[in-house]
Design a protein around this ligand. Sequence first.
Ligand code: HEM
Length: 376
Amino acid sequence: PFPHYERMRAAAPVFHDEQSGSWHVFRYDDVQRVLSEHATFSSRMGGDAPSGSGQLFASSLITADPPRHRQLRSLVTQAFTPKAVDALAPRISALANELVDGMVARGGSADLIQDLAYPLPVIVISELMGIPAQDRERFKHWSDTIVSQTRTGPGSGSQDTTTSEMVEYFLALIDQRRSRPGEDLISSLLSAEIEGQKLSVPELLGFCALLLVAGNETTTNLIGNAVLCLSESPGTLDRLLKEPALLPQTLEEVLRFRSPVQSMYRVSVAETEVGGERIPAGAPIVAWIGSANRDERQFERAAEFDVDRSPNRHVAFGHGIHFCLGAPLARLEARIALEALLARLPGLSVASGAHLERMESTIVYGLKAVPITWQA
Ligand code: HEM
């Protein structure tokens, strides 16, 4: 998508797609503004919320505006502060190493996605939410179907089936926790109150869907995209082996250079102007995060992968009140996964000649599989 973004930033930085009626925003400053000016650009999905998975997210944090947004977010911030998340590091490390053990046991090649990048975030969030281990495989299928939404169009048959399966599963889970509360997030959401009111069932479902699906696929792709960036930049890989402390800034550059989330939606609340274009009220707007992060107006040599980039004010986790709740967790999981890979798989690289197939989505950016090899 990157050459396309570059052309759009130059020729049509705020583009009106007459066919769909939506507006597309490509430059860094404009993207940042659309993401953060919530009084003008609403996150609500309007009355015509897509069927399929859209329904599930319709009452969630990510589609709420203030004041409801602030109230909902306050219920989960504690669980995701850097401090709370850091306490999970030993467990995440143990899991990452177990998964790498599995790869090592099978010899000198593996699929990074299937064997590490996918299961790690799913297991971590499942444990936080008190989900039984045997149920995890279902999330893979569910999140794949949701991600494919942009390919098949909203409300396609398989989407609707997936949504009803998810709703059914989450309702059963919520019931179970209601009768036997535990130390998990769902139990704490069940007892939470906002101005004396419990969360509604659609709001509870929204939290489950958001946490269990939205955060997983993105973290999977951050790990996959990181290994891809490193295999294209052997110099960086060598430096990291000698100096693992470079890993956090390397991951920030991966987030900028191959952003796991490429685009986010808003709806204009009132008539407004972006980049000199007049946008009417009620217009769907797509903020192209992946383009903002490559904008040469913001980043010198924007098309180069440079782990020494400083400052690196990418918007891969969004900007403003909806800034990704899971950012500290995603950063920690990715760092631990990469540490385990670098420490335990000498000569790690993407298998030569591997055909790398991207996921078919305009929202999520990642590879379906990343075959890797190392010296066993
Ligand atoms: C919001 C990206 C991982 C939970 C967001 C937003 C972005 C994003 C761009 C802003 C949405 C908007 O402005 O409309 C990412 C990326 C991730 C990641 C790139 C991984 C590399 C996670 C994880 C979790 C999570 C691991 C949870 C465990 C959320 C939630 C929101 C959110 C709940 C909504 C926050 C709000 O509306 O206040 N994420 N995310 N994310 N993310 Fe993430």
